[in-house]
Design a protein around this ligand. Structure first.
Ligand SMILES: Cc1cc2nc3c(=O)[nH]c(=O)nc-3n(C[C@H](O)[C@H](O)[C@H](O)COP(=O)(O)O)c2cc1C
Length: 209
């Protein structure tokens, strides 16, 4: 079922959802396939869509990925301090990240978008072309998910252990890069607000930087 959202509402309310993921409600395979079919329409920098989506629903595999994610996040999170002592948005985001550390294994679906080729040691041109070829598809997937009442969040922590994740899932590490781990679940409530952003003029440059 589609939520009643205008295109602008969809674009402004597809948020990083961690605490409001419904861990008890299964996600139908057909709904995920609809979102993935929409993602397939995204652009790539190559003549073919050399991306892959590994959709993980097996509880043992999700537990394995959640452990790699926790380990990957540890370094960042140990430096970050206690959420309750950090004022404002940063404290709230951190609190939400800690929540996901505790619950990622329970999130019913983990989606791992992958792209063929590895960019280690390559030029910025080559890197930008590779990563730029998978990112639009992932964001389309997340928008399509939101329009169906699903929440998601782009995460990268598990990539600190990309090789172990590749072994766990049978991904051919030498030929394929993982871009992210996207937890997906129905959201608890469907009302989300646009985020506060810096004034446009602080980041837009007309004609000259
Ligand atoms: C490239 C990238 C990597 C991210 N990695 C993580 C991550 O490892 N763990 C996490 O909890 N969130 C991760 N996030 C989510 C950001 O923290 C999130 O976008 C931020 O909370 C801002 O949310 P907002 O867009 O709703 O304001 C990542 C987002 C991006 C775009």
């Amino acid at each position: 079922m589609l939520l009643e959202l205008t295109p602008d509402e969809l674009l402004t309310t597809t948020r990083a959802v961690r605490k409001r993921l419904d861990l008890t409600r299964p996600v139908e395979r057909e709904v995920l396939e609809e979102c993935l079919a929409l993602a397939q329409q995204a652009p790539t920098g190559s003549y073919k869509q050399d991306w892959h989506f590994v959709v993980v629903t097996d509880p043992g595999l999700r537990a394995g990925l959640a452990e790699l994610w926790r380990q990957g996040g540890e370094k960042y999170l140990s430096r970050a301090g206690k959420p309750e002592e950090i004022p404002g948005i940063m404290g709230r985001v951190l609190d939400s990240v800690f929540h996901l550390v505790d619950h990622l294994h329970q999130v019913p679906v983990h989606v791992i978008p992958c792209i063929e080729g590895r960019t280690e040691g390559k030029s910025v041109f080559a890197q930008a072309s590779r990563w730029g070829s998978i990112m639009p598809a992932v964001w389309s997937f997340m928008l399509a998910a939101r329009s169906r009442g699903l929440g998601s969040v782009w995460t990268s922590f598990h990539l600190a252990h990309e090789r172990e994740a590749a072994e766990l899932l049978g991904i051919p590490y030498d030929e394929v890069m993982q871009a992210a781990l996207i937890p997906v679940a129905y959201t608890i409530g469907t009302d989300f607000k646009p985020a506060t952003r810096a004034p446009l003029e602080s980041m837009v440059h007309w004609d000259h930087w």
